[in-house]
Ligand binder design. Structure first.
Ligand SMILES: C[S@@+](CC[C@H](N)C(=O)[O-])C[C@H]1O[C@@H](n2cnc3c(N)ncnc32)[C@H](O)[C@@H]1O
Length: 348
């Protein structure tokens, strides 16, 4: 047997089970990033002040953005980027030494380095291995269970509105682990679709769905257009752990498009940036995922992800949300945030 196979068999049999036990044990302490939570009330305030300052200018561009006018989209994206930068530049009025230290560390956290997953020149097989590792990490961290908890209110809302089974589309689904998980967990209550811009990533999902007998329809589509789900009819659009790949203006436009396409609602969930998880995820990805792409991108991502309050700001600036749209944000362990938009309207 080649040496590399011996090493990987040793890791699988001896190291993985211990690491998994360690991660579950560590998670039972419900670790929270102290910097993120010490600054939470300041960030909520910064979000409200920034929304008040930028929302009218965003609304003035909304009609032309929805009509896909290239000039308006460029101005809108610039405006939303400026709003996020403005929100990040506001400093906490709390002058205690500890808060000042947290604030200084937080200022140094955000960094927008490129990810290998987004580099078309990086070998496709290594990228796919990285995404497969991400699926296993999601399972280990209980991320799918957490996404489901955040999604359930929308599923129940769709059912109460008579949309049964509930048609759910997972945007930028990658390995489609969550779409397959939902189909397995909810069975005939849902009809699942998953899309991604890279067909090679969806192949991982196709293989897993075949193996488990899960019915998921796969589409190679751009998450920012949403024409496919709209034409096929969709109740809920979801997007997990992907919006940090997009500039803020694109996220806000995607939220608007998704809310207008779905009969019931939209859930966007992603991890939050964090110094604490920067270290932990790097370590666990390297040992458990055994993928340089996963380790590199995990660490890069944890410095470029949005905070809950930033996702809230992007939803507040989203163009042409339906009049009945109700925006909620929240967080869940280990280090995730979501924005959920309920926007019930008639038929598909
Ligand atoms: C980190 S993976 C997330 C995969 C999965 N949703 C999860 O929760 O683990 C990010 C995914 O976003 C996809 N992506 C990036 N830009 C996209 C776009 N414009 N349209 C659709 N998918 C895109 C990538 O191909 C990749 O599969």
């Amino acid at each position: 047997m080649p040496a590399s196979d011996l090493v990987s068999s040793f890791l699988r049999r001896r190291v993985d089970p211990s690491l998994e036990r360690f991660v579950r044990f560590a998670m039972s302490f419900e670790l929270r990033d102290p910097i993120r939570w010490a600054l939470a009330s300041h960030r909520r305030d910064a979000m409200r002040r920034t929304a008040a300052e930028f929302v009218l200018r965003a609304q003035a561009l909304a009609g032309a953005v929805v009509a896909r006018d290239a000039g308006a989209i460029e101005s809108y994206d610039r405006l939303v980027a400026a709003a996020i930068d403005h929100m990040r530049s506001l400093r906490t009025p709390d002058t205690s030494r500890l808060t000042a230290l947290y604030d200084a560390l937080d200022q140094r956290l955000y960094r927008n380095d490129p990810e290998l997953l987004d580099d078309p020149a990086f070998p496709a097989a290594a990228r796919s291995r990285g995404l497969d590792g991400l699926h296993r990490l999601n399972e280990l961290l209980g991320s799918y269970e957490a996404f489901l908890l955040a999604l359930m209110p929308l599923i129940e809302l769709a059912e109460q509105s008579g949309h049964t089974p509930v048609r759910i589309h997972d945007l930028a689904a990658g390995h489609a682990g969550f779409a397959v998980f939902l189909e397995q967990r909810l069975g005939s209550r849902v009809v699942m679709e998953a899309s991604d811009i890279k067909d090679e990533y969806l192949d991982l999902g196709r293989a897993r769905a075949r193996e488990l007998g899960a019915e998921v329809a796969f589409f190679c589509e751009d998450a920012l257009a949403i024409d496919g789900p709209r034409e096929r009819g969709v109740d809920i659009l979801i997007c997990t752990q992907s919006v940090h790949h997009f500039p803020p203006g694109m996220v806000a436009r995607m939220i608007g498009e998704a809310a207008r396409a779905a009969t019931t609602g939209v859930l966007i969930a992603d991890a939050e940036r964090s110094w604490l998880f920067y270290g932990l995820v790097g370590l666990v990805s390297a040992i458990h995922g055994r993928s340089w792409v996963l380790t590199h991108d995990g660490m890069v991502s944890l410095r470029r992800m949005f905070y809950e309050e930033e996702l809230g700001l992007l939803a507040a600036l989203a163009p042409s949300l339906p009049a009945a749209a109700h925006i909620e944000t929240g967080t869940f362990l280990p280090a995730h945030a979501f924005v959920r938009i309920a926007c019930v309207r008639g038929s598909r």
